[in-house]
Design a protein around this ligand. Structure first.
Ligand code: TSJ
Length: 656
């Protein structure tokens, strides 16, 4: 595939001092992210070699001295002497900025873009770096180090120029080991989980490559921790993994690949019964969380292909309008990985693909391949179109909900929306809205509250509690609509925090199963329609006590079972314990003291992860598959197991 490659093919642009002067320009930051970046730099070089057909194995090791090493079984970095520079190819790669075959597009089909700044950056920012090349039966070695000359430090200086060690070997490949410079980085401790996640991702993106990760800092029974990643199913395996905790609507991910205008594409996608959209895109193995032209092209093709097929199959009639893109991405999990030359990154974090021609290339390619696939798999097409149609119905319900909320707002003029007991204060920053489970607890709250800043909205348990309610039906619910009106900030893409009437929204429900269910439904509602309320930290869960422990006139409230014993011990013999079965069992004074008084109450701020987990739970409850629902609840009853990737997607979604 590649022509005869010589050291002279390696292009040279700049010296290394620039890197130590402004590390941020080359690796983004000198924090943990930058530290790991200099490791990815090295791993990417090995992966490029393998992606071009040389070798199939990468071993990454974190050593106990804090250094990291990468070994591959490729051809080995060129060792011959560069004709004009007069040093070995290895030396050029590690001491000249922007050097390396990656930028000489004749040798490698793809360049790493932002990452392509190369191994010399890693060298410049390391205290020392050693290289070994195994080639033609011989072992070559070179050593580099950071040095102080006069007042200033120089990174990546040649300590021992490349030499033949004299050992014989039947291996071929490259080994690089380096110690990040403590003078540069805020932290020089590699994070095993960060590296694991990246290696797993690389293994998904490059099917068949064996990646072995060893952490010599973590030893049990004399054996260092070792993780091996290899996926023969590539990004289809990736999608299946991302959907592990979800309920797929069709058994296997759809896999498509192809080439157009020198852009090589791999795409895997699968729909689930959830409501979230998870698209992970990559360019030359580099994640592009900000998306860009490839993602845009994919999305427009998906919408166009599905609308066209919906018409062809009569699911959409002549009189019907096309669905919008969002409708076809509800519940979608997709991994899109492309390879191309001359990558341009833009955006806030330089992780958005900018090359305009890629959009058209991807649009055409995905349209063609997806149409072919779905025409050959009518059962899958049917499932996807049904999902799209139900998303469109829900979109319509949201629109109606917004309209009704607007009308209601006008009619009620904020003073009394339904059963809302509003507060007298007019400062949204100070005002609090308590959403309380049950009419009777609501009544007690109204007596207990400080009406100058606390508003109460009682929820009747029943209508929300019914299982198998789809979320669009939840939107039709009278109380939910009252919440929307009371908050005054709209929903969905109209949501505007500037109009928020209450800067603290507190969900108050019983500690039993019903209460948990209502809480989960409310969280799901806020997650899907008022995400910013959560990300900006306005949503809370109130914590009423579980027990009242009393002895004579000493009273203590206990908020969980673990603390009860300690409390009993403190109080000594003869104390009485009252267990509150629900909020309704407390009187106004007790409710104020324990749950509503800002000086004494405990509020739990809701995070996006909490809400995303609740959503998974609720959509599973509400879904059609009873068996799956049952097994899901058994497995996930602790709310805790939500995949890292999913969490991250939720975070990214919330930011956009
Ligand atoms: F980043 C790096 F330079 F430090 C580094 C590069 C680190 C590691 C662990 C591996 C590598 C690397 C480079 N592995 N394999 C290669 N291959 C080449 O540089 C290479 C070998 C042969 C030819 C040829 O045309 O004969 C061309 C190239 C670019």
């Amino acid at each position: 595939m590649s022509k005869d490659y010589k050291a002279q093919d390696i292009q040279v642009l700049e010296g290394l001092d620039a890197v130590r002067l402004r590390p941020g320009m080359y690796i983004g930051s000198t924090g943990a992210k930058g530290l790991h970046h200099i490791l990815w730099e090295i791993v990417d070089n090995s992966m490029d070699e393998i992606a071009n057909g040389y070798g199939d194995r990468i071993e990454v090791t974190i050593h106990s001295d804090g250094s990291a090493s990468v070994l591959d079984n490729g051809r080995g970095i060129p060792v011959d002497v560069h004709p004009t520079l007069g040093v070995s190819g290895v030396e050029v790669v590690f001491t000249k900025l922007h050097a390396g075959g990656k930028f000489n597009n004749e040798n490698y089909k793809t360049s790493g873009g932002l990452h392509g700044v190369g191994a010399s950056v890693t060298n410049a920012l390391s205290s020392w770096l050693n290289v070994e090349v195994y080639k033609d039966g011989k072992v070559y070695r070179a050593e580099f180090e950071s040095r102080k000359e006069g007042d200033s430090w120089h990174g990546g200086c040649v300590k021992i120029p490349l030499f033949e060690t004299g050992e014989k070997t039947d291996k071929h490949g490259t080994y690089v080991r380096f110690l990040p410079d403590k003078n540069i980085f805020d932290t020089t401790v590699f994070n095993l989980e960060v590296i694991s996640k990246k290696m797993k991702e690389l293994a998904f993106l490059n099917d068949g490559v064996h990646i072995v990760l060893t952490d010599e800092r973590v030893v049990t029974n004399n054996i260092p921790l070792r993780r091996e990643y290899c996926y023969t199913g590539g990004i289809s395996d990736f999608v299946a993994y991302l959907n592990e905790t979800k309920n797929p609507l069709h058994p296997d991910p759809i896999y498509l690949d192809g080439e157009k205008d020198n852009v090589y594409m791999k795409l895997a996608l699968q729909y689930t019964d959830t409501y979230s959209e998870n698209i992970f895109s990559y360019v030359n193995n580099i994640p592009t969380p900000e998306g860009g032209m490839h993602e845009t092209g994919f999305k427009t093709a998906l919408t166009r292909a599905l609308n066209d097929l919906a018409r062809k199959t009569g699911v959409l009639k002549d009189k019907d309008e096309n669905l919008i893109g969002d409708d076809y991405r509800v519940g979608l999990t997709a991994v899109l990985a492309i390879k191309m030359q001359n990558v341009q990154f833009e955006g806030q974090t330089k992780t958005k693909l900018g090359n305009p021609f890629v959009r058209q290339a991807m649009d055409a390619l995905v349209y063609q391949k997806l149409t072919e696939y779905l025409e050959a798999h009518p059962d899958v097409l049917d499932i996807i179109l049904k999902k799209g149609m139900s998303a469109a119905r829900e979109r319509e319900a949201v629109r109606k909900g917004k309209e009704q909320a607007r009308l209601k707002n006008q009619a009620d003029n904020f003073n009394l929306v339904g059963k809302l007991a509003s507060c007298t204060g007019k400062k949204p920053e100070r005002n609090e809205l308590y959403i309380v489970e049950g009419d009777s607890a609501g009544g007690t709250c109204k007596q207990a509250r400080d009406r100058s800043f606390q508003a109460i909205l009682p929820l009747r348990g029943k209508p929300l509690n019914a299982e198998k309610k789809r979320i669009d039906q939840v939107l039709q619910n009278e109380e939910i609509r009252t919440i929307i009106s009371a908050l005054g900030a709209g929903i969905g893409d109209d949501f505007n925090l500037d109009n928020l009437n209450y800067h603290k929204v507190v969900i108050l429900s019983d500690a039993d199963q019903d209460g948990g269910h209502i809480r989960a439904i409310l969280l799901t509602f806020f997650f899907r329609y008022m995400k910013q309320l959560i990300t900006d930290g306005h949503l809370y869960i109130g914590m009423p006590p579980l027990y009242k422990v009393a002895k004579k006139d000493v009273v203590e409230y206990v908020y969980n079972d673990e603390l009860l014993d300690a409390c009993k011990a403190r109080m000594g013999r003869g104390c009485t314990i009252q267990r509150y079965k629900g909020l309704g069992e407390m009187n106004a004074e007790q409710l104020w003291e324990t749950t509503m008084d800002p000086k004494r109450r405990t509020l739990m701020q809701v995070t996006l992860e909490d809400a995303a987990e609740a959503e998974v739970l609720v959509t599973t409850w509400m879904g059609d598959s009873v068996d799956l629902r049952r097994s899901y609840i058994i497995e996930h009853a602790n709310f805790n197991k939500v995949d890292e990737f999913v969490k991250e997607a939720a975070r990214a979604q919330a930011q956009s």
